[in-house]
Design a protein around this ligand. Sequence first.
Ligand SMILES: *[C@@H]1O[C@H](CO)[C@@H](O)[C@H](O)[C@H]1NC(C)=O
Ligand SMILES: *[C@@H]1O[C@H](CO)[C@@H](O)[C@H](O)[C@H]1NC(C)=O
Ligand SMILES: *[C@@H]1O[C@H](CO)[C@@H](O)[C@H](O)[C@H]1NC(C)=O
Ligand SMILES: *[C@@H]1O[C@H](CO)[C@@H](O)[C@H](O)[C@H]1NC(C)=O
Ligand SMILES: *[C@@H]1O[C@H](CO)[C@@H](O)[C@H](O)[C@H]1NC(C)=O
Length: 465
Amino acid sequence: MADSLPSSSSKLVYFVVIPLILASALVLILNQKPSTTYSWPDSGAPPPVSAKDRELTSWAPPPPTAAATMEDQIVEKNYSDLERAEASLARARARIQEAQRSNQTSYDPDYVPSGPMYRNPNAFHRSYLEMEKLFRIYVYEDGDPPLFHYSKSLGILGIEGILIHHIEISNFRTRDPGKAHVFFVPISAQSIANYAYVIHNRAWSPLQNIARDYVNLISTKYPYWNRTLGHDHFMLACHDWAPKISKGVPLLFKNSIRVLCNANTSEGFKPSVDVSMPEIYLPGGKMDGLIGGPPPSTRSVLVFYSGGVHGYIRQILMDQWKDKDPEVQIHEYLPRNMSYYGMFRKSKYCICPSGWEVASPRTVEALYTGCVPVLLKDHYAKPFDDVLDWSKFSVDIRVSQIPELKNVLKAIPEERYIEMQRIGVEVRRHFEVNFPPKRYDVFHMILHSIWLRRMNVQLHDTYEN
Ligand SMILES: *[C@@H]1O[C@H](CO)[C@@H](O)[C@H](O)[C@H]1NC(C)=O
Ligand SMILES: *[C@@H]1O[C@H](CO)[C@@H](O)[C@H](O)[C@H]1NC(C)=O
Ligand SMILES: *[C@@H]1O[C@H](CO)[C@@H](O)[C@H](O)[C@H]1NC(C)=O
Ligand SMILES: *[C@@H]1O[C@H](CO)[C@@H](O)[C@H](O)[C@H]1NC(C)=O
Ligand SMILES: *[C@@H]1O[C@H](CO)[C@@H](O)[C@H](O)[C@H]1NC(C)=O
């Protein structure tokens, strides 16, 4: 593609934002204008992002290789690895658009997504199947544990360690970077915070330098980072400080796919580029006994929350509701005669407020136990929002509505509550952690989120003088 690039620039990465698989790529080519929205076609799409978010240095129409005709021409020209990767993504995109257009379900022995919680069940299913068939991840091998290739898999941030490990041993991993669609930068924000943070010295730079040195290493040693300026690279972290750490590496922050629990849109999280990861706490690192809860009819408590007063949202909640109303069970410390998970199972609604960071393991705990999550957060990008319509199985409450909490929940008709509860039980498969991972579980949903974002851009080789 070098011949179409201006010779004045020494290094440019060209990409096109494909309107997530859905609207026709052809329209895009004809308009010669990148779409700036990330959306499945129906309502409830994440907020649009401007081209500026992507730091578009320039824009060129997609090359002819983007069409699904590359195989015919392969004998005539030597294509780069990136062009081949793009061509396979273009074909997948076309098949997903077709599944969406024809509204036909695909065969699947395990599970066929259907129901109101899916924004577009057929497109999602086809996209998921294409991912299983095609998606290849290259994991940089440089760096040693514990800062790289490893993170703790216990505790409330344990999902970071679990998923890094699952990526490392996954069938999606390829040892051949020439075959990869995305490149995993295996830094662990949790380990960096644990090992490199000096108490009382609140400086970010020692932490950021570890990430920067790693990216400098791989970008010097291999051609892949410079090739796309990090657009096809991703990191994964659950630690609160991951956004700050990644900010120390400007291209990682701006261009790469950051898979984060702390998906705070006020701190640079971009829903069309980054991936929101659910925070999941597994006591003892196991799923045993977590899943399941009684039906709505036996749930006697209207709403439950218990936890530390971390951050301003919880402070407001406590000020208004702590130990005040038997139907509104809001506690800082759980009374002796109550069990934490027992209360999730006894309650119709469970409040999941932001704490020190936007995410909280309570959302997944609520789904696991059949309690309808009440999300009380500002600036939070919900996990899998590209595929799942959260309004069908959770309730959003604004901070300003906290005084009205009881009335808001009481005003929800019983049938609507029962429906949300039923759907919550159905979607929880997407939040389950399995050892080893199972199809459609949280590991695969995270990979699918990365896959969608990779498909959402079309990358061209950088051009060097
Ligand atoms: C393709 O690459 C091969 C070897 O790498 C070379 O011999 C051949 O001339 C190239 N063909 C074109 C059209 O560039
Ligand atoms: C797609 O098909 C399903 C049944 O298979 C139907 O309920 C739904 O309304 C159809 N959607 C569109 C957009 O045609
Ligand atoms: C990538 O770019 C950086 C900075 O421009 C340069 O130092 C590095 O050598 C390049 N890497 C490769 C593999 O050429
Ligand atoms: C816990 O004890 C209090 C009184 O001490 C009582 O009002 C409440 O119903 C009990 N809760 C449960 C879940 O047993
Ligand atoms: C989200 O980011 C904004 C801006 O930095 C900050 O004010 C807010 O406290 C963050 N939310 C949480 C829950 O940390």
